[in-house]
Design a binder for this molecule. Structure first.
Ligand code: S3P
Length: 175
């Protein structure tokens, strides 16, 4: 008998993963989506804060971005064998190809796409994102987004969120 070799392990696509730039609505959408589906919601940034006992801002300022990225990859690798989770990821998780490969193994990836202007409007009044604490945040958003766009586009599904309310986005995903 010829052996059957599935292309992915058995974790494949039992979870929903939200990716996208900072301020694209991953957390808000993720929480509501999880509620509607009866799934468990988790946020990789929160898991990092729990693991280190520090805020994301503290990690960036005390330990640096590289350390943060290493913890992010570690946390992600620990997310194996889970089922029926909605996972909201940090906006930079796609900057490592190994992270994308792992995400693909554990779930269905949805990119919440938004224009730099929409992102800017959403994050302008917030202060907890170290990468946007610069003189010209809009320029920084445009720069990082153009660096990451290709990686985000590796998602299984893209939702253009410009002009949509959280509830519309959740409905689109469920549909
Ligand atoms: C980052 C996004 C943040 C957080 C960290 C770095 C990024 O998460 O992981 O500040 O590189 O885009 P959110 O996308 O949830 O804001």
């Amino acid at each position: 008998m010829v052996g059957y070799a599935p292309p992915y392990d058995r974790d494949f696509r039992v979870n929903i993963i939200l990716t996208g730039f900072m301020g694209s609505g991953k957390t808000e959408v993720g929480k509501r989506l999880a509620k509607r589906l009866g799934y468990t919601f988790i946020d990789t940034d929160l898991l990092i804060e729990e693991k280190t006992g520090k805020s994301i801002s503290e990690i960036f300022s005390r330990d640096g971005e590289l350390f943060f990225r290493d913890i992010e990859t570690l946390i992600l690798k620990e997310l194996t064998g889970i089922n029926k989770y909605v996972i909201s990821t940090g906006g930079g998780i796609v900057t490592r190809e190994e992270n994308i490969l792992h995400l693909r193994k554990i779930g269905f990836i949805i990119w919440l796409k938004a224009s730099p202007e929409t992102i800017f409007k959403r994050v302008n009044t917030e202060t907890h994102r170290p990468l946007l604490k610069v003189d010209n945040p809009l320029e920084q958003i445009k720069k990082l987004m153009s660096q990451r766009e290709q990686s985000y586009s590796e998602a299984d599904l893209t939702i253009d969120t410009d002009g949509l309310e959280v509830e519309d986005i959740v409905n689109n995903i469920i549909r």
